[in-house]
Write a protein that binds this ligand. Structure first.
Ligand code: NAD
Length: 276
């Protein structure tokens, strides 16, 4: 599979489709990530809070692939926000992964009530300047958080990873990112596989193209320009989810999916979420 890359605002190339490992236990992560790497994925999305950085790192080592061929994202958890605690948390993540740099490091949530994301990001800027992170970014930031971050720090985030799927199309956020040179990365791109993959309009488009509903939804993201990180632990689905580069949706398909927006979140609202 030739997965196209998105050129981030600092010139780093990031695969447009990667593999998410939320809710994969550490002792299953090695096998699952090896399966994904064998299927052709070259980007892995983990986080300190997922508890599977070690298993992810073991898979990368076991794959035998050159380090520079794999794009590794991890995220700073909420309880570690702050300048010094971020530097320590980054060292811990890197040690668990068994790596000497990560490709992308994200602030997992803005936690606006705690008001520590500026100091946190300044630590990210130091790690970036030291060459230990190839690109720095954020997750779950609302446009108002991005605006403040950009006005008070020096490096424009490369990526904002947000909840995005056909029931939550995030048009305003996507526009705000594009205006600032920030790439949009979609989490829960398949809507966590719940009702979304049974929606009649999506099933009909899948039948029309001889594809699966999951492939149709992933293709919709790719044609919008989103970076996607679908998750599965089932080998056949892991393979299915990367077989999305040999067909396209037409304007009628895209319009039918656009009509499915409900502005409905599966996850927390970043404006108020203060979870540790
Ligand atoms: P997803 O939208 O990728 O859906 C995954 C689920 O969909 C699977 O568990 C499975 O039940 C189903 N599924 C997957 N492939 C399928 C297929 N081909 N056919 C039928 N069903 C299929 O959900 P997700 O795991 O929540 O999101 C993907 C990744 O995004 C996560 O693993 C994680 O890396 C990231 N994420 C980030 C945040 C954040 O706050 N930054 C939050 C949630 C998820």
């Amino acid at each position: 599979h030739q997965v196209p890359t998105i050129t981030l605002n600092n010139g780093v190339e990031m695969p447009q489709l990667g593999f998410g490992v939320w809710q994969v236990p550490d002792d299953e992560a090695e096998r699952t990530v090896v399966t994904a790497l064998e299927a052709g994925y070259r980007s892995i999305d983990t986080a300190a809070i997922y508890g599977n950085e070690a298993g992810t790192g073991r898979a990368i080592a076991a794959s035998g692939l050159p380090r520079e061929d794999i794009f590794v994202t991890t995220k700073l958890w909420n309880s570690e926000q702050g300048y010094d605690s971020t530097l320590r948390a980054f060292d811990a993540s890197l040690a668990k992964l068994g790596l000497d740099y990560v490709d992308l490091y994200l602030i997992h949530w803005p936690l606006p009530a705690k008001d520590r994301y500026i100091d946190t990001y300044k630590a990210f800027e130091k790690l970036y300047a030291d060459g230990r992170i190839k690109a720095i970014g954020v997750s779950n930031f609302l446009p108002e958080h991005l605006q403040r971050l950009i006005s008070e720090t020096s490096v424009v985030p490369a990526v904002n990873q947000i909840e995005l799927h056909p029931h939550l199309q995030q048009e305003a956020a996507r526009k705000a990112h594009a205006e600032r040179g920030i790439a949009t990365e979609a989490w829960s791109p398949l809507g966590q596989g719940k009702g979304l993959l049974e929606v009649p309009a999506i099933v009909a488009i899948a039948q029309k193209h001889g594809r699966t509903p999951a492939q149709v939804v992933l293709r919709w993201h790719l044609q919008l320009g989103n970076i996607v990180i679908p998750k599965s632990v089932t080998p056949s689905r892991i393979k299915e989810n990367i077989e999305v580069f040999d067909f396209s949706l037409d304007d009628e398909d895209l319009a039918a999916i656009a009509a499915l927006n409900e502005d409905r979140r599966l996850g927390p609202d970043p404006a108020v979420f203060d979870g540790e």
